[in-house]
Write a protein that binds this ligand. Structure first.
Ligand code: 13P
Ligand code: SF4
Length: 319
């Protein structure tokens, strides 16, 4: 998908955790990680969060190097905000099926059909799509942002049709939706979830809004990964059926060790509720990225400048 630099043969130290800590000091680096990363990566991160928290951290860091343990669009957002910093992504092939579901040339034609519409794009898209957007949002602030747009202003919402439908339902706005989706969140089976609810009648169902409407219908609480993590700590329930990528359960268990977290099952007997893109990053690759200062995120300056404005708008509208 992305061009990867030729593999560099670098011996791995025995203690990766302390080697990464040494490199962090040497490079004046900050490690930003998403909850869908391997537990080892979550444990060494300086900041762990959802897409909104990660962009806010990227916007305010004074580190010289940002090591982004997440997927390409997240690291790219950090680079858009920090053109003079070195932004490293441990595996450059860590893409996103949702971002891939919105090719820029097709989106340009789609957008041209609605010249009077404001374009609000979910952060899970490429810099080219961001550059064609008026405002970026995340799952944490999409409802809040749409609610700030004057009622008579028509809106295109891209690229996630499931988050889009959820926002329409929450705000009552009639938005035009790009029909993209996330391969991970569309894998959850309604039937298996209903079976789980019967098996655990006291459990609350907590779900991410990237899930399909039929699945969200069974949720007691819907929110971004950070919101789900906060919710299960505050709730007086003891068990939760977690309908998102199960990487977040590592933090849920740390925050509430006495509670039970049951990952929602995918359609088949597979591990397809794990994001195959997020999971491309490993602690070894993270170490190598810091050691070799590669792979680095780069993008054309004209795209970066065009993509910066809608991200800055999002940050301003989220406070
Ligand atoms: P949040 O980080 O906004 O919860 O979104 C989850 C996701 O799918 C990231 O790719
Ligand atoms: Fe993309 Fe879905 Fe993976 Fe998030 S979980 S990075 S939206 S493919």
């Amino acid at each position: 998908m992305f061009t990867t630099a030729a593999p560099v043969k670098t011996a791995l130290p025995r203690d990766l955790f302390s080697a990464i800590a040494d490199l962090k000091r040497e490079l004046n680096a900050v490690i930003l990680a998403h909850y869908y990363q391997d537990p080892d990566i979550q444990d060494i991160a300086d900041y762990l969060g959802d897409s909104l928290g990660l962009s806010q951290q990227a916007a305010q860091t004074d580190a010289d190097v940002i090591v982004f343990a997440g997927v390409h669009f997240m690291a790219e957002t950090a680079k858009i905000l920090n053109p003079d910093k070195l932004v490293l992504l441990p595996d450059l092939n860590a893409g996103c099926s949702l971002a891939d579901s919105c090719p820029p040339d097709e989106f340009a034609k789609f957008k041209a059909k609605y010249p009077d519409h404001l374009v609000i794009s979910y952060i899970n898209c490429t810099a080219d799509i961001k550059a064609m957007s008026d405002i970026i949002c995340t799952s944490a602030n999409a409802v809040k942002i749409v609610n700030q747009i004057p009622a008579d202003q028509p809106i295109i919402f891209a690229p996630d049709r499931n988050l889009g439908k959820y926002v329409i339902e929450q705000t009552g706005r009639d938005m035009v939706l790009w029909q993209g989706s996330c391969m991970v969140h569309e894998t959850f089976s309604e039937k298996k979830m209903v079976q789980l609810k019967i098996q655990y009648p006291d459990a609350e169902v907590i779900a991410h809004p990237e899930c399909e409407e039929v699945v969200l219908r069974h949720a007691d609480y819907i929110g971004s990964t950070t919101a789900l993590l906060n919710y299960c700590q505050k709730s007086d329930r003891q068990s939760f059926i977690v309908v998102t990528e199960p990487g977040i359960i590592h933090q849920m268990q740390k925050a509430a060790p006495d509670k039970q977290f049951i990952p929602a099952p995918p359609l088949n007997q597979c591990a397809c509720n794990e994001c195959p893109h997020m999971r491309l990053n490993t602690l070894e690759k993270l170490y190598l990225a810091m050691k070799t200062k590669t792979p680095e995120i780069t993008l054309p300056e004209s795209t970066r400048i065009a993509a910066l404005r809608p991200i800055q708008k999002m940050l301003a509208m989220s406070v």
